[in-house]
Design a protein around this ligand. Structure first.
Ligand SMILES: [Zn+2]
Length: 266
């Protein structure tokens, strides 16, 4: 018996030790992500918005979708999809827009994240890159100083964040297309302009216009949301495409439909 346990410890456990520790770390970080989202929603004082749920269902034909308002006045104007079938918007977004169609446009953008299964895909990306980071550190730094390990962790994670940024941007452009598909592109454009104005007002107190432009640009450099100007350009381009293709705009081949069933719309 002793031999067996020694064998197990020395061979299997030793062999897969690094992989196992990396997997446990990764599971932990994904769990923390989920807890963070759940807490955000709980602190937001969510309430099912029957009016907008009905509106979104009527527009998209999707009978599963649910819209919740987050009524905590401390929350900034925002909307998000957090996995499952629920979309959230903050009451301060509603207050800032003061326009029902613009709010629908923003919710249609979030609907795009839902159709694209972007939360699941993001979790896979975070999981894989986190695992790769921890596993590499365990494999390559055996007896090194914790500071070295920490630096390596920060460096690798930053590298992965930058490398996966185009994916996040793609999801944003992808989701904007849903407002075009359902005819709400004009409302998305005006909502985006209002949002940018709000951000400028909040961030650029006592700044010159140039300083403010620079601050906004820096902010977007590491954010998955492209600058508003580029998003508007892309939306207008998509609208032209929709007009050009007419009936064929949303036609999809068999293979594409099959892939989309598995990984979400592409
Ligand atoms: Zn988005």
């Amino acid at each position: 018996m002793k031999n067996l346990s020694v064998y197990l410890e020395e061979s299997i456990f030793q062999k897969y030790r690094d992989a196992l520790i990396a997997a446990i770390f990764t599971f932990g970080i994904l769990l923390l992500g989920i807890v963070n989202i759940k807490l955000t929603i709980a602190f937001g004082k969510p309430k099912l918005d029957e009016k907008f749920t009905k509106k979104l269902r009527d527009i998209t034909g999707d009978e599963n979708i649910e819209i919740y308002s987050l009524n905590n006045p401390k929350f900034d104007p925002n909307a998000f999809f957090a996995g499952g079938k629920s979309l959230y918007y903050t009451k301060s977004l509603d207050k800032m827009l003061k326009n029902e169609e613009e709010l629908i446009a923003i919710l249609l953008h979030e609907f795009g994240h839902y159709k694209g299964k972007h939360v699941t895909r993001n979790m896979v990306t975070v999981g894989v890159t986190f695992y790769a980071t921890i596993y590499t550190i365990l494999k390559t730094t055996k007896n090194e100083d914790p500071i070295v390990k920490m630096l390596m962790f920060l460096l690798m994670q930053t590298g992965f964040n930058i490398a996966t940024l185009p994916l996040g941007r793609y999801y944003e452009y992808f989701s904007d297309k849903y407002t075009v598909q359902y005819g709400y592109h004009k409302h998305l454009i005006s909502a985006l302009k209002k949002l940018e104005k709000y951000i400028r007002k909040e961030m650029c107190k006592n700044m010159s216009k140039e300083q403010c432009d620079q601050t906004i640009e820096n902010l977007h450099a590491l954010d998955e949301h492209p600058v508003v100007k580029k998003r508007i350009e892309a939306v207008l381009k998509e609208k032209a495409k929709k007009d050009r293709l007419g009936e064929n705009y949303k036609k999809k081949g068999f293979i594409r439909r099959w892939i989309e069933k598995a990984i979400g719309e592409i």
